[in-house]
Design a protein around this ligand. Structure first.
Ligand SMILES: NC(=O)c1ccc[n+]([C@@H]2O[C@H](COP(=O)([O-])OP(=O)(O)OC[C@H]3O[C@@H](n4cnc5c(N)ncnc54)[C@H](OP(=O)(O)O)[C@@H]3O)[C@@H](O)[C@H]2O)c1
Length: 279
């Protein structure tokens, strides 16, 4: 199968690696000239600039995992609903209207649930412009008539994505008010494996949560990390620059119904591996 990955970054690169390994022809789209993983054909293009997408060849599957360049509303709107729309236009023009599209979305669409469980049937209520932009893109995909699924990923961590470990090690304070909030995450490698699983074995569902099956309270994650690296956790009433991601437990039952198995079913396996072998 020919697979187009728009956004050949950390996650897209790992998906590409798995796809090449699986014998697929893989095209990786990004703006810069950065080298693509072995076996991947690098395409240059900017999803916010329709003219740069004119050269795309027909594809059987398309994965959209472009990340916004800046954390502001305009950049998020440009990157997610508008960028996805431009890419879908380009796919239609190149005879790929039948391509299966997986849009990498976020559990941020759920907003705050007061610690309750949410699943794909829960009505989304994003609390920030980031979640709203993702939800706008999900709605756009549903409206465009492609065979498409939005994958709602929790916080991605993995090789090179160790900001939480680094913050704990550095003794940075964490906001007291969110210590008992539930957090949801997925190891980068499991996210990439789940994406490839759904490329090969599509689920007839508009949305699928991609989070490990064990949400954990922030205090549990931080306490465990602190014990592993041998520091005390510091908390503070006010902590500049830190945002709450919403208090909710995200179910991955729908993904589990595919017989998908997590390599890192909880933060302990994932962070444990990173602490034992950082790269
Ligand atoms: N971080 C999280 O915890 C989290 C949680 C849920 C969902 N997500 C989503 O996961 C996806 C993948 O994240 P990631 O960590 O792999 O991001 P990443 O490593 O930053 O990669 C993003 C890629 O997108 C490319 N890109 C950016 N703007 C582009 C544009 N206008 N046109 C074409 N390509 C563009 C970048 O390359 P160039 O700069 O060369 O263009 C880069 O290769 C994103 O959609 C993100 O929103 C992330």
């Amino acid at each position: 199968m020919r697979i187009l990955i728009a956004g050949m970054g950390d996650l897209g690169g790992e998906v590409a690696r798995l796809a090449v390994h699986g014998g697929h022809e893989v095209l990786g789209l990004r703006r810069s000239k950065t080298a693509a993983p072995p076996g991947v054909t690098a395409l240059r293009g900017d999803v916010t600039t329709p003219g740069s997408l004119a050269h795309l060849p027909p594809t059987q599957a398309t994965i959209y995992c472009v990340a916004a360049a800046a954390r502001n509303e305009a950049a998020y709107q440009r990157t997610y609903p508008e960028g996805l729309s431009h890419l879908l236009d380009a796919l239609e023009r190149t005879g790929s209207a039948g391509t299966r599209v997986l849009f990498v979305s976020s559990t941020g669409v759920y907003g705050d649930a007061g610690g309750d469980w949410v699943n794909e049937d829960t009505v989304p209520a994003p609390a920030s412009f980031t979640g709203r932009a993702m939800l706008d893109a999900e709605h756009l995909l549903e409206a465009r008539g492609f065979e498409g699924t939005s994958l709602r990923l929790g916080g991605i961590y993995g090789p090179g994505r160790t900001s939480l470990i680094d913050a704990v090690r550095a003794g940075q304070p964490f906001p007291e008010a969110t210590m008992r909030h539930w957090t949801n995450r997925v190891h980068r490698d499991d996210a990439a494996r789940a994406i490839m699983k759904l490329v090969k074995e599509p689920l007839a569902a508009p949305t699928v949560n991609v989070v490990d099956p064990h949400p954990a309270r922030r205090e549990e994650v931080l306490g465990w990390l602190a014990a592993r690296v041998g520091v005390d956790i510091r908390t503070a009433a006010r902590t500049p620059g830190r945002r709450s991601s919403g208090d909710r437990r995200v179910s991955s039952q729908r993904l589990a119904s595919t017989d998908f198995e997590f390599l890192y079913p909880s933060f302990k396996e994932g962070y444990g591996r990173l602490l034992d072998r950082p790269s």
